[in-house]
Design a protein around this ligand. Structure first.
Ligand code: ADP
Length: 599
């Protein structure tokens, strides 16, 4: 059990003690008050009663003695009367002379009376001699008991002749009082015990409920809102349990809703093409998505908690981040990064705000490298096309002007000029055809009409078209493709591929050179090659040879009627078929262009 729960238990245990003590105090305080108050009141009332009764007796005795004129008679007679009256009222009667000498005593034998102590200094006797009623409680050391003394004067008309004193042992009063006291004490102890038992039962019952609350709140604190408090009571505790259960159900539902939302957001975050970085206000990594991990070749586990520059050494980005964190504004910028690879990123950095202050920064990085590259390619393409069109057009315009200005009449030159104009027009025609082919291939609008194609036969057909050029250069042509070698492809497009490759192999060949067409069948693909023993291609130009308008020697290519688009068209057609193209070449020795087609 958690220490928190333990402490609460201890506190509750002390709560139990408090409850029991409160109950005890509730009983002890009034009982003590009652005990002492009642005790004193009872004692006072009992004594007052006894005193009154004893006084009446004393007066009665005095009256009787007076009526019998007992003082006038013999001492022995007086003593007898006193003993008789004493026996009747069950208390000691003493008759004392004015000088304090005892004349008679109901409890002492007659012969011992003369030896009795003089009573003149007894307070009650002194009061009676002063014509008052004397009353005194005194401890009798002989009887070891508290005694109540009442003395009244025995008067004849005006003068006091003697004092009659009655004495009563108070042990009975004391007994009654102690019994009352004991009863109260016993009730108090019984009440106290009952209160303790009741308080402890109540506390245990209360604690059982409270323990359930503590257990439940501990569960809630740990995030388990599935737990419920089961209290079978309709009192305030029952209502509290119901409220807490409702609250837990509500929170549980909210959490489930947030979790679903979180999962959706995480899925978006994970699958986003754009890279997302979340930084705290110290520019330390909080989170990154897989796109960023790929972009910067980093790992979230590694990056988390580290500062931006520690993980991504890019000062431009760091500057953007610090600007956002400092100024609390959105910053958008296109940045070139060199690490881990050259890339162009469009960065959008947004401050994350909480309670009016910046608590972090969210960066969305969009990789625009390809877009920028394509833009450059398109720009270059437009420039190239314009240039390619401009050269023959300028030439045509020049010769047309020359003809108009008089050369038209010079038959021999006019024919020559017209031939040149025709050549340029053919070039323009070729160029436009190639451009149309290329744009058709690139736009994805060209469909492949696939059929079984016999490559040996196709190569022969194309070669026959180049008969004049081959003869002119006295080339040795070898078609090594096995006659039965066939693959499913677009026949017309494959013919264009052969035409472009053979055209180059003838154009860039030496006189009496070789032109070899071969093919090889692999497990999954077919490789066809067109080799020549021509001028070859410098190593530095090899990687770019299949690009549009890329030519090793522009002037020479143009002179030979090339457009610089032939190889680009070959590449597109082969890629449309799912194959690849390549070249091996040694300057001055020859080239071997090849392409593969999946079988
Ligand atoms: P072109 O119309 O100029 O031939 P291509 O795209 O067919 O355009 O070829 C591009 C360039 O590649 C040529 O200008 C040439 O410089 C080089 N090239 C192509 N084929 C060969 C080859 N067989 N031998 C040497 N260079 C070649």
């Amino acid at each position: 059990m958690a220490t928190g729960l333990k402490n609460s238990m201890q506190r509750l245990r002390s709560f139990k003690v408090k409850l029991v003590l409160s109950f005890a105090a509730l009983l002890v305080i009034p009982f003590t008050f009652i005990y002492f108050n009642l005790d004193r009141k009872l004692e006072d009332a009992a004594l007052a009663d006894i005193k009154a009764s004893l006084l009446k007796h004393a007066m009665l005795v005095a009256d009787t003695l007076w009526a019998n004129d007992a003082l006038a008679g013999s001492r022995a007679g007086l003593d007898r009367t006193v003993k008789e009256l004493g026996a009747r009222i069950s208390c000691r009667i003493t008759v004392i002379a004015r000088d304090g000498a005892v004349l008679a005593d109901s409890e002492k034998p007659f012969d011992q009376i003369p030896s009795m102590e003089n009573h003149s200094n007894r307070p009650e006797v002194m009061a009676a001699l002063n014509d008052m009623t004397g009353a005194e409680i005194r401890y009798s050391s002989t009887l070891r008991i508290d005694m109540l003394y009442i003395a009244v004067p025995l008067k004849d008309s005006d003068s006091i002749r003697a004092v009659v004193r009655l004495a009563l042992a108070l042990d009975r009063v004391r007994y009654i009082l102690s019994t009352t006291r004991n009863t109260i004490l016993a009730s108090l102890i019984f009440g106290l015990a009952l209160a303790l038992v009741l308080a402890s039962v109540l506390a245990r019952h209360f604690m059982r409920s409270v323990n359930r609350f503590i257990y439940a709140s501990d569960k809630f604190a740990k995030g388990d809102f599935h737990h419920r408090i089961y209290l079978d009571s309709s009192d305030e505790l029952g209502r509290l349990a119901q409220t807490l259960n409702d609250m837990a159900a509500h929170i549980e539902e909210k959490i489930r809703f947030i979790e679903v939302q979180n999962q959706q957001l995480r899925a978006i975050f994970q699958s986003m093409v754009e890279g997302v970085i979340v930084l705290d206000k110290e520019a330390a990594f909080v989170s990154v998505n897989p796109a960023i991990e790929r972009m910067f070749a980093i790992d979230l586990a590694y990056a988390q908690g580290k500062t931006f520059l520690e993980v991504i050494p890019n000062n431009d980005m760091a500057e953007v981040i610090s600007q956002v964190l400092k100024t609390n504004v959105v910053v958008s910028r296109e940045l070139a990064i060199v690490w881990p690879v050259h890339k162009t990123l469009q960065i959008n950095a947004v401050p994350i705000e909480s309670a009016g202050s910046v608590t972090g920064c969210l960066i969305v990085a969009h990789d625009v490298t390809e877009m920028r590259k394509l833009e450059t390619v398109r720009r270059d393409f437009v420039a190239n096309v314009s240039h390619e069109l401009k050269t023959p057009l300028t030439s045509i315009k020049g010769f047309v002007e020359t003809l108009r200005e008089g050369a038209f009449d010079d038959k021999e030159h006019a024919q020559q000029f017209l031939k040149i104009i025709e050549e340029h027009t053919d070039r323009l025609n070729n160029l436009i055809n190639d451009l149309l082919d290329l744009s058709c291939l690139e736009s994805g609008e060209s469909f492949l009409a696939k059929e079984p194609v016999h490559f040996s036969e196709l190569a022969d057909k194309v070669l026959s078209g180049f008969g004049v050029a081959i003869k002119k250069k006295s080339l040795m042509v070898k078609n090594k493709i096995p006659a039965d070698l066939a693959a499913v492809a677009d026949r017309a497009k494959m013919e264009q591929v052969f035409t472009n490759l053979i055209d180059n192999a003838v154009k860039f060949n030496k006189d009496k050179g070789e032109l070899v067409i071969a093919a090889q069948k692999g497990d999954r693909s077919l490789t066809v090659s067109v080799g020549d023993s021509g001028i070859g291609i410098p190593v530095r130009d090899l990687p770019r040879i299949f690009e549009r308008f890329y030519r090793v020697d522009k002037a020479r290519s143009r002179e030979l009627g090339g457009t610089g688009l032939g190889l680009s068209i070959v590449k597109h057609i082969i890629e449309l078929h799912g194959g690849t193209v390549g070249v091996e070449s040694t300057e001055g020795i020859g080239s071997r262009f090849w392409f593969t087609l999946p079988l």
